[in-house]
Design a protein. Structure first.
Length: 343
């Protein structure tokens, strides 16, 4: 009986391999999908893999999506250029990882603009759809934009209740915009992509990180940081999933429709659901581990935090305006969206 079962199992595996090979062999196009998240992470399994599956199914197997997670094809800051330069066909990037390249998009990062992934994703996708930031993406074809949830401050040895508690602490910052916020609060920002945060924290290179709860969960930072400070509306990072223009343009019309169908606000909302859910998991994990969580009353509007955050916002908008960019127009629309269509 054991031999029969083993034989049946081997036969089934062999059959599945043959079917898979036949499916790949029948594909007319191979799409290389690059991102920096771990393969087993929530964003990878719950969003990127779902997109790949949708494209394969809707194309009847004519498009075969090959996944390259964990920065296999490109480091986090190079993901966008990987698509532009045809190293990958699709990638997921954090716009702020490359400073000064997507300045109007990064307005979404500013304090108080967004309170969660659902709201932030709606705002940034709307700004793109309305043409307010679309000129920043002329080198590729954006599929959809989204954001993570509210960023917080997570430290290894010190509780953060007021800005002066941050003085002298080396805090991982994701972007130059967030660096200015942290500098104003007294911290010493240390730039690095999220995947590098664990090792830097473990080695004592940094004293803590600026990350959303999703990031704490995805990159296992709850293992190393036991103090967490929620400053509602502190910052929110924008992401983009984009496709190589040449790859898209060489698709026949019916397959272009498949890509188009899996683009835009609908997928931005799906991304938000994944990231909001991971925020909940990350916070719940910290509670289960017995960590200290400080919630700042009023968030970014708290009188002890607001002056610094307001000044950082004004400085950034003024800097862009002086470069001839419509920063205040984009900011005003982002705030308007947060209070209306994206509320």
């Amino acid at each position: 009986m054991i031999r029969i079962i083993k034989h049946a199992a081997i036969t089934a595996i062999a059959a599945s391999v043959i079917v898979s090979a036949q499916a790949n062999a029948s594909a007319e196009y191979t799409l290389r999908f690059s991102h920096f998240f771990p393969e087993v992470s929530g964003p990878s399994k719950g969003l990127f893999q779902k997109w790949a599956e949708a494209v394969e199914v809707e194309s009847n197997g004519r498009i075969d999506v090959q996944m390259y997670p964990s920065s296999t094809l490109a480091k986090p800051p190079a993901q966008y250029d990987a698509v532009k330069n045809s190293i990958a066909d699709v990638s997921v990037s954090v716009q702020g990882y490359t400073a000064n390249r997507f300045p109007l998009t990064q307005i979404v990062e500013l304090p108080g603009v967004s309170q969660g992934a659902a709201q932030g994703s709606c705002i940034v996708q709307s700004l793109y759809d309305e043409g307010l930031i679309s000129n920043e993406y002329s080198q590729t074809k954006p599929l959809f934009l989204f954001t993570h949830g509210p960023g917080g401050i997570h430290t290894t040895e010190k509780e953060i209740k007021v800005p002066k508690d941050l003085e002298g602490l080396r805090i991982r910052r994701p972007t130059a915009v967030v660096a200015k916020l942290l500098e104003g609060l007294g911290a010493q920002p240390v730039g690095m992509p999220a995947p590098d945060s664990y090792q830097s924290t473990q080695r004592g290179v940094i004293d803590g990180v600026a990350l959303p709860w999703e990031g704490q969960y995805t990159f296992r930072l709850n293992e190393l940081t036991q103090y967490h400070t929620d400053v509602g509306g502190l910052y929110t990072l924008a992401f983009i999933m984009t496709i190589n223009k040449s790859f898209y343009n060489h698709l026949p019309a019916d397959l272009k429709k498949v890509i188009d169908h899996n683009s835009g606000m609908a997928w931005s909302k799906k991304a938000a659901i994944v990231f909001d859910d991971l925020d909940e998991k990350g916070r719940a994990q910290a509670i289960e581990m017995g960590h200290n969580i400080t919630v700042i009353e009023g968030g970014a509007e708290n009188p002890l935090w607001k002056p610094v955050l307001y000044q950082a916002t004004e400085d950034y908008l003024n800097e862009l305006q002086q470069k001839g960019l419509p920063a205040y127009k984009v900011y005003a629309r982002a705030v308007e969206l947060s209070q209306s269509a994206c509320k």
